[in-house]
Design a protein around this ligand. Structure first.
Ligand code: FAD
Length: 309
């Protein structure tokens, strides 16, 4: 068995692996795809101390750093079930879809999340070429341009407020008849001069010139198609944690986030979690990396305190 069994090879899992291995712990890491969401990212300009990089470069650097250490890396494998230890100090089991079962005295869950997609023509084709999911990450790339935000919940309205301070104009499209965001956010949104809010506006297509986004089409409440010229579309209809496989094994929120405390501890002693899959606010690379380090150090503390049973 491993001292620390990490599930996930994104920024959080990679960071946990380096920290665990540097404590001399027997460390295993299972990942469907090393690098995680980072691999889907074009420009990254907010990984502090690295002025500019891109996803594949950062993903490769994360993997190279983990491979400096004696970590058993198992890629292209999905975990499908967690079997928590019957008592503190016992072994936790993780079943893989291949049928194998791995054991760890501690487990660190770092399976990340994914943005819900609109599922309209043009969305995939223009991903990172005008279609974006993370305003904190990509907002500055649209300075002085026109963008849309699809989604009228808290994250959509927050994104529109954030972007309005950077871009020339924001069109917010909400499918239903009214915004779902908190009232204070709505008040703030409606006070901004460079924002247009469209309700009963269903985005049906993202258009481009083959290289970049040039506009979008939505179906209005009148049943007709309308066109908006713009350079960017931020899709904000939900960030879904990759935690379906953990249901029933430990405490998740209604949104499926793994509930963690300030040490990355979950509701199961000896099972820790980090990154976008957890309740830790603000889903960012630096934060996931910090969370991975916290979880690994907390796992170490657990191992030196709780005798093996
Ligand atoms: P993830 O990166 O999601 O990694 C999850 C890992 O778990 C992967 O290895 C995955 O294969 C694995 N996994 C999932 N389920 C299973 C399973 N059942 N079994 C085994 N393995 C599993 N953040 C920034 O700070 N700056 C940016 O510029 C930026 N740009 C972004 C652009 C895009 C398009 C996207 C999508 C995100 C961006 N982000 C950015 C957010 C950032 O990528 C995430 O916050 C970060 O990757 C989260 O790290 P994580 O390790 O928690 O999860």
């Amino acid at each position: 068995p491993f001292d620390v069994l990490i599930i996930g090879g994104g920024p959080a899992g990679a960071s946990a692996a380096v920290y665990a291995a540097r404590k001399g712990l027997r460390t295993g890491l299972v990942a469907e795809r090393f690098g995680g969401q980072v691999m889907d990212t074009e420009g990254i300009e907010n990984f502090i101390s690295v002025k500019e990089t891109d996803g594949p470069k950062l993903g490769a650097a994360l993997e190279a750093h983990v491979r400096q250490y004696d970590v058993d890396i198992i890629t292209s494998q999905r975990a499908k079930e967690l079997f928590p230890a019957a008592r503190p100090g016992g072994l936790h089991g993780v079943a893989l879809e291949s049928g194998a079962i791995l054991h760890g005295r501690t487990v660190i869950l770092a399976t990340g999340a994914h943005w819900r997609h609109l599922g309209v023509p043009g969305e995939e084709e223009y991903r990172n070429k005008g279609v974006a999911y993370c305003p904190h990450c990509d907002g500055p790339f649209y300075k002085g341009k026109r963008v849309a935000v699809a989604g009228g919940g808290n994250s959509g309205v927050e994104a529109a407020i954030d972007l309005a301070g950077i871009v020339a104009h924001v069109t917010l499209l909400q499918r239903g008849s009214h915004l779902k965001a908190d009232k204070v956010l709505q008040d703030k949104l409606y006070s901004l001069p460079n924002v247009t809010v469209l309700t009963e506006a269903l985005t049906t297509r993202i258009e481009g010139n083959g290289k970049n986004v040039t506009g979008l089409t939505y179906r209005g409440g009148d049943g007709a198609d309308h066109h908006v010229d713009l350079e960017g579309v931020f899709v904000q209809i939900g960030l879904l944690p990759n935690t379906g496989w953990l249901k029933g094994a430990l405490k998740l929120t209604d949104f499926g986030e793994i509930v963690v405390d300030s040490h990355g501890a979950t509701s199961v002693p000896g099972v820790f979690a980090a990154g976008d899959a957890t309740t830790t606010p603000y889903k960012q690379i630096v934060i996931a990396i910090g969370g991975g380090a916290t979880a690994a150090l907390a796992a170490f503390d657990y191992l030196i305190r709780v005798p093996a049973t």
